[in-house]
Design a protein. Structure first.
Length: 426
């Protein structure tokens, strides 16, 4: 494997050394850019609408679309796409397959023209930025709906900023049916965040803490493990290509028993891949902070600093798409399946999760004040009770084929969920 992954210096030279910290977030239409480009009143109304879940008025939509269009064109965008995450019914989607979008050129007809064939011009129509319609019948659950209600609708998740990637302005979206039923992975997260916000504020009021808080957020920091193999060897394995994992094979004599790969220096070409991915993700506004070797041979990990759960989940899907594309450029292939090789560690997508207020309090941080400790005890009690009441649902969320392949050894998830409140409780 090591011999197969050696790359001539001429190829590596094409990827010149760069200072990735100089271009952070340039391709993300984040809060700072909104504040800079939106009229002050529009900005304030938009932020309030996002915080309180209110709709954005049509007048403000027009202003926002115009400002976003001008910014996206400056970044080289010629199209936009509603980017959503359809539930594919256990169909084996992996890596970048978990996201979906179709690219629409930034143009519209001149409806004021009296010509039958109307001229067109470059623009970002406001009504198509905030909501869209697409065919929902071709996804696995499409057959559950009658033909006349087979359309599906996308709606911009305003808690997740838009960004430009490959000259396309991507708009993170929820995806629902004609009658509003969710057929994606984002909508349940958004609905759970709404429930968390409503009940969390009620809880704070009942215990008399952080009564000045206006919102409760869930935060997520993911850790993505993956394997990197030479693309030519990958293409010679039909099982890897079609299933994402090997179905036959033989373990090497010296396997991973000594964990010699763990935190060892990555191979030169793999390190170049991870540096390239890190630079792109930083431009896209994702705070990629860590990359290193994992336990199994040819296994590696990258992870960002935590952020709002909806934005974080989007970033994870984006990361898988980026690393697959960048690996291909270097003659490599990134494997995202949970267990591509039997007998050695599989790849986890570990989630570091927490809940906090918009005023800076964290439910799961013990803190050093009486107020912080009271909030911590309350948060732990609610979490423990929720796990007890809904353990079947939690188990169903993780007990699928991919994870079941990974049980045991140094891998997660374990069959038993444990809750450790810390030495302070001891």
């Amino acid at each position: 494997l090591a011999d197969a992954m050696e790359v001539p210096a001429s190829i590596l030279a094409k990827e010149a050394a760069r200072d990735a910290l100089k271009d952070m977030s340039v391709l993300l239409f984040d809060d700072a850019k909104m504040k800079e480009r939106f009229p002050t009143a529009v900005y304030k109304r938009f932020r309030e609408a996002v915080s309180l879940g209110k709709p954005t008025s049509e007048e403000d939509q027009k202003v926002i679309a115009s400002c976003m269009f001008a910014w996206a064109r400056e970044q080289g965008a010629v199209a936009f796409a509603h980017w959503f995450f359809p539930s594919r019914g256990g169909g084996g989607a992996k890596g970048s397959m978990t996201g979906a979008c179709k690219m629409d050129t930034m143009l519209d007809l001149d409806w004021s023209s009296k010509e039958a064939t109307k001229p067109f011009f470059a623009t970002l129509p406001h009504e198509r930025l905030f909501a869209g319609e697409t065919d929902g019948s071709s996804f696995p659950n499409g057959g559950l709906r009658a033909t006349h209600t087979a359309a599906a609708f996308t709606s911009w998740d305003r808690s997740s900023p838009c960004f430009v990637y490959d000259r396309v302005l991507r708009v993170p979206c929820a995806f629902v049916t004609h009658l509003g039923a969710c057929i994606d992975d984002k909508t349940p997260l958004l609905r759970s965040n709404d429930a968390l916000n409503k009940q969390g504020l009620r809880l704070l009021g009942n215990i008399g803490l952080a009564t000045n808080a206006k919102a409760i957020h869930s935060f997520l920091g993911w850790e993505q493990e993956f394997f990197v193999v030479p693309a030519d060897l990958y293409k010679r394995r039909p099982d890897l290509v079609n299933c994402g994992r090997t179905l036959i094979g033989k373990l090497p004599t010296r396997n991973q028993q000594s964990e010699l790969n763990y935190f060892a220096p990555p191979p030169t070409i793999v390190n170049r891949l991870m540096e390239n991915v890190q630079a792109i993700m930083l431009k896209l506004g994702v705070a990629m902070a860590v990359h290193h070797n994992e336990v199994a041979c040819a296994q590696h990990e990258m992870s960002p600093v935590y952020c709002h759960s909806s934005f974080s989940a989007d970033n994870n899907v984006l990361f898988m798409e980026v690393i697959e594309k960048e690996a291909e450029k270097l003659g490599l292939h990134a494997l995202m399946h949970e267990k591509p090789f039997a007998g050695i560690n599989g790849s986890g997508k570990h989630n570091n999760w927490s809940v906090g207020t918009d005023t800076g309090l964290n439910f799961f941080y013990p803190g050093k004040t009486d107020e912080a400790r009271k909030l911590f005890v309350t948060g732990i009690a609610c979490l423990a009770h929720g796990l007890k009441q809904h353990n079947e649902v939690v188990r169903c969320c993780v007990a699928h084929a991919g994870n079941d392949h990974r049980l045991g050894a140094q891998e997660a998830p374990p069959a038993i969920i444990s809750l450790y409140p810390g030495t302070g409780f001891e």
